[in-house]
Unconditional design. Sequence first.
Length: 549
Amino acid sequence: MVRFSPAAKPFMRLIEEVEEEPIIEDRYSPNRLGAHYSHMGWLPPDSLPERPWSTQNIILQPLDVDRWVTRRILAGMWSVELQVSEIAPEDALVKDVESALAHPNSSSRIRALRNVFDSWGELIPVAIIVGAAISATGILETKITLEPASLHRHQPHVPNSGDFNSFIETQLQLRGKVEKISYHLTGSRPDLLFREGLDVWLKNIRTTRQWEIIKVTKAIPITEIFDSRIQERIKALFANLSCIFYSPLVGVPQTAAFKSIGSEPNSIRRIEIGFSDARIQSLSLHYTNGLIAGPYGCLEGSARTDRIDLAQGETITEIFVWPTDYSIGSLQLVKNTGYISPIYGAVQGVTRSPHLLSGDGNSLLGLSGSYSAIGITELQAIWRNNYEVINYKYTTTFAGGQGGNLWNDLGLIGDRRTARISEVKTWSPYIGCLSGFQTTYTFIAGGHQVEQRSAIHGTEEGKVTKWVLEEGEYITGVCGRCDGIFICELRFITNRPSRESPAFSKPHGDHAFRFPAEGEELMLNYMVGKSAKRVNSILFVWSHLGATG
C-alpha cells in the first residue's frame, strides 16, 4: 500500500525496542463492532480519524445492552512510529485512484473510489507495536465484574489439558465469567503455547521471527498519503454527501427526546418497530457498523414487533405517518426498490391528517422525535443527499375527515417515472355522498404498458360513474367539497385544455377545496386515504413535472 518517501528517516531510527515486560490488558466495548476492533488491537471506532466519505457522527442512546470485554496478553518487541511526510502511496494505488477520478460523472467516480478503498483499505496504521498477543473477547456474564489479571497469577500448565480454547480461557482467567468467547493468537506458535505452557511461549517470543502488529495506537485516512491535488479532488467529490436535511416534525412533543444519525448513506441495516392496534410503541435502528440506536419509546414490551431489513444498496426513501392527538398512530416505510411495508400501528379509527416524510429520493440517515411511557409521540426523518439516486419531488394536499380504514395506492405503482392515473370509478347513492372510489394506474414495465386497479375504497353502493383518461392525459388538479367527516364531491382537471372529469357525486358539504395552487406544474401521482362505508378522506400526492427521472 505504502512505501517510504525520499524524505523519510533511515528505518532503524523509526523503531524502538519495547522494554516493558508482557502485560495483560482489558478493554470494554459498548457493542460488537467495538469489541472486534479491540480484539484485533485497533483503536475503538469512535477514536478513529474521519474519512471524507464518513463523518463518524452517529448519536446513540442507549447502545446494545451486552457488556463486551476483550482481554489480551501483549508481548511487545518493537514500537514503530511514522510521520505522514515519511510515507508515500505505491504507484499501483495512485494509478487506481487516478483511474477512479477519471470516470465521467460524480456517481461513477464515487463508486470507483469506494471500490479502490475497499480493496486497499481506508486507514493506515502509523504508530504500532510489533510482537505477539493472545486475545479473548466475549460478553460478561450478568452481575460479573472482571477483576484485573496478572501474568504472575496464571494457571500452572498441565500438558494436553483439554482443548486449545479452554486452555486459553483458563490462562486468561476468564472461565465462568465470559460467554460467547472468541480467541485469536498473533505473532508466535500456538502449538508451543498449548504443548509447553505460557511461560515457555513467552520466552520463545524473543527468539522467534513470526512477530506481527499486535496494537495500533494511531492511524490516518488513506487519503492523507496522496499529494494535495488528489486530496482536494477527493474532498470536493465527497463534500455533497455531508448535506443533511430534516423533514418537518410530526406529532405531539414530550420531554423525553431521541436523535440518531448515521455516518453515511445506506448505513441503516435494520429498523425494528414495536406497535399495538392503537399506536407505534417503540423504534430502534441498527447500523451497518454494528451500532444500535434505541429502542426508544415504551420499553415494557410491545404488543407486536416487526423488522425491516435493508440489504446492500437498499435504503428508506419515504415514511408515511398518521399521528393522533396523543401519539404516532401508524407508520409505513418505503424502500428505494419500491418495497412498501405494511401499515404498522392503528389501521382504522380516528387520526389526524397523514404526512408523507420524503427524502426526494435520498437515503434515510436517522430519526429524531420524542416519546412517553405509552410510545412514540413525535417523529422526524433525517435525510442525506446521495451520490446516486432517482430524484423525485412530491407535494401533498389533504381533504376530508379523520375516521375510516387506512389505505395507500402507492404499492400499485411499478415505475413512478411513467405512472399516471388512467381511470377513476366511483359509487354514489345520493347527493353529497361518495360511497366508493376505485383508481386505475398505468405505467411502463419491461417495455410494455401495464394497468393496476386499486381495491374499492368504501362500498359499491349507489350510482356508478366511470371516467377514462385519454392517452397522454394526466390529472393536474382536483376540486370538490367535504363536510369535515366525508368527501362529498370530487372533480378532476387534466392537462388537456378545458377538459375535466364529470362530477363524482353532487355538491354538498361546507368546505370547498381546490388543489394545487394556480401556477404550479404538478401531476397527480397517486392517492392515500381512509374509508369505511364512505370515502372519509384523501391525501393527494403530486409529482413535480420535470423533477422525476
